[in-house]
Design a binder for this molecule. Structure first.
Ligand SMILES: Cc1cc2nc3c(=O)[nH]c(=O)nc-3n(C[C@H](O)[C@H](O)[C@H](O)COP(=O)(O)OP(=O)(O)OC[C@H]3O[C@@H](n4cnc5c(N)ncnc54)[C@H](O)[C@@H]3O)c2cc1C
Length: 491
């Protein structure tokens, strides 16, 4: 990937200084719920200050005139089209410290970008500085001690590939291009969560740069308050530069997809709920529901980490419902993990979620009815994903880490996708309508899968831990420099 060297940067700055940062500032009055409040900053950044920053950075400083600026500013959720004043492609913790200092000195927004998969585009900003960690993505595995140490820019795929070389793995996300840092800081759900807990439960330590530029380590023994907060409290407390995980033996699994004929959503979801109620820790499953012309379709993905004979026995009730396609077989874990996420490629979307302790008849009826009305064209469609939480992830006491979804139940993700901006309002309305129907049944939300924010949602996302999180925030980021996230206000 071509990036601006310090010399190129200085040349570009000299030739184009006058043109820097003259892009229009968009006003978002009356914006629909999907759009987070984007902090506007009318003041331009002095090019001389950027040159000074570039001279101290070991990585690369990218400005709007650099050829790679347009690709680097893109985030997975194409609903966001943000134009930062400067992107700092960090090479190490000292670059992070300098970029943090720059943002504070210039009084501009600071965004932290690892994998770029925030549903709210939080890894990018308008008019501010982006601390981009994508180039710091090495993963080292200590197989003897079952540890993996990853730099903060590593993606789910990077972590899986490195650990699977040794027949090891830890809980990581269902989409290979998600960043492990954003994933872990918000909790981190994946196929191994029933067996080994959330990604944050496998975190042993983290290296961070705090907003005052200090490089610190957090673990159970060192700064335990900070370590507690970063396991579920998101990117509120400092910029993570490396993470150390416990890893576990995982090789072949029994995994794949059962795809059912259209038009049987209530029956299939009821059967799915019965299946989930008895599934052991080794079994992970989720249901994806998509509208189609013949009626909505249900696809159930399974991954069983145990004896395949037992796994096949457990799957009997799902197979008895006569799936049209069944490719569940013994497969390397890495193959299952590389299969892709719910949305395979970057796309404009609005996704939100509710945590339901039960998949009740009322909830199933609401989901089935919504799918009948869902937009369903090539360019715009609605989708529901039902993610059961059970086993190890649900046995950790709520106050042990900041991550609060600690009881068995279902995270119901509702997504509206569009490529033509004219279709956006309809897709958003569809998501909001189902969200509002499920609201009376919900007991929480998953911060990492929220495409919207508000004070009420932040409180719901951090639940019983919100008060303690605010106190930790006050200690580490009293001026709320790191506020492009599901934001915890300093106490
Ligand atoms: C297609 C898709 C599939 C997904 N699948 C799953 C899944 O299977 N399981 C699951 O649990 N979640 C999943 N998610 C949600 C995902 O966990 C969150 O969006 C997560 O925040 C993405 O992290 P990122 O590093 O890729 O994103 P970024 O946009 O780079 O970062 C998101 C936020 O995380 C924080 N952050 C990131 N890096 C740092 C850092 N180095 N230091 C401090 N803060 C940081 C910041 O607040 C930042 O704004 C998925 C999202 C998408 C779009």
């Amino acid at each position: 990937m071509a990036v601006t060297s310090r010399r190129q940067f200085i040349q570009q700055s000299l030739f184009a200084a006058a043109a820097l940062y003259r892009y229009p500032v968009q006003t978002l009055t009356g914006a629909p719920a999907i759009l987070r409040t984007i902090e506007q900053n009318g003041a331009s950044v002095d090019p001389a200050e950027i040159r000074k920053l570039a001279s101290k950075i070991s990585g690369h400083v990218i400005t709007p005139t650099a050829p790679e600026y347009e690709s680097l500013r893109l985030v997975f959720n194409r609903a966001f089209n943000l134009r930062p004043a400067v992107i700092v492609r960090c090479a190490g913790p000292s670059d992070v410290a300098r970029a943090l200092d720059f943002g504070q000195q210039q009084k501009i927004p600071v965004a932290v970008h690892s994998g770029g998969h925030s549903r709210l585009g939080y890894g990018m900003c308008d008019g501010g500085v982006v601390i981009d960690l994508a180039g710091m993505n090495r993963v080292k595995v200590d197989a003897g001690n079952r540890l993996a140490r990853a730099e903060a820019g590593a993606l789910v795929h990077d972590l899986d590939v490195a650990t699977q070389k040794f027949g090891l793995a830890t809980t990581s996300g269902g989409c290979p291009t998600v960043g492990i840092t954003g994933l872990t800081l918000g909790g981190g759900q994946g196929k191994l969560m029933g067996l080994y807990g959330a990604a944050c439960d496998n975190l042993l330590s983290a290296q961070l740069v705090t907003v005052d530029g200090k490089e610190v380590v957090a673990s159970r023994d060192i700064d335990p308050d900070l370590f507690w907060a970063i396991r579920g409290g998101g990117g509120n407390f400092g910029v993570v530069t490396a993470l150390e995980y416990q890893v576990h033996p995982v090789t072949d699994v029994l995994g794949g997809t059962l795809l059912y004929p259209p038009g049987r959503i209530p029956e299939l979801l009821q059967a799915f709920a019965r299946f989930v109620e008895t599934e052991p820790d080794e079994m992970d499953s989720l249901a994806q529901l998509l509208p189609s012309d013949g009626g909505a379709r249900c696809r159930i993905d399974v991954c069983y980490c145990g004896d395949p004979r037992t796994g096949n026995e457990l799957l009997r009730p799902l197979r008895a419902l006569k799936p049209q396609e069944d490719d569940v077989k013994v497969t390397p874990y890495l193959t299952i993990q590389s299969g892709g996420g719910f949305l395979q490629a970057p796309v404009a979307h609005f996704q939100t979620n509710q945590f339901l302790p039960k998949l009740s008849e009322t909830a199933i009826a609401a989901i089935a009815a919504a799918l009948n009305d869902a937009p369903r064209h090539d360019k715009v469609f609605g989708k529901v994903i039902v993610v059961p939480l059970h086993g190890a992830i649900s046995r950790v006491p709520v106050t042990d880490t900041a991550f609060v979804l600690r009881r068995p139940g279902y995270e119901v993700d509702i997504a509206g996708v569009w490529s033509d901006p004219a279709e956006k309002a309809g897709a958003v309305r569809w998501v909001e309508a189902l969200r509002d129907k499920l609201q009376p049944l919900a007991q929480g939300v998953y911060a990492n899968q929220l495409g919207e924010t508000s004070e009420a949602l932040v409180r719901a996302a951090y639940g019983a831990n919100y008060g303690r999180l605010r106190r930790v925030k006050q200690k580490y980021d009293p001026n709320n420099v790191l506020r492009l996230n599901q934001n915890i206000r300093p106490a």
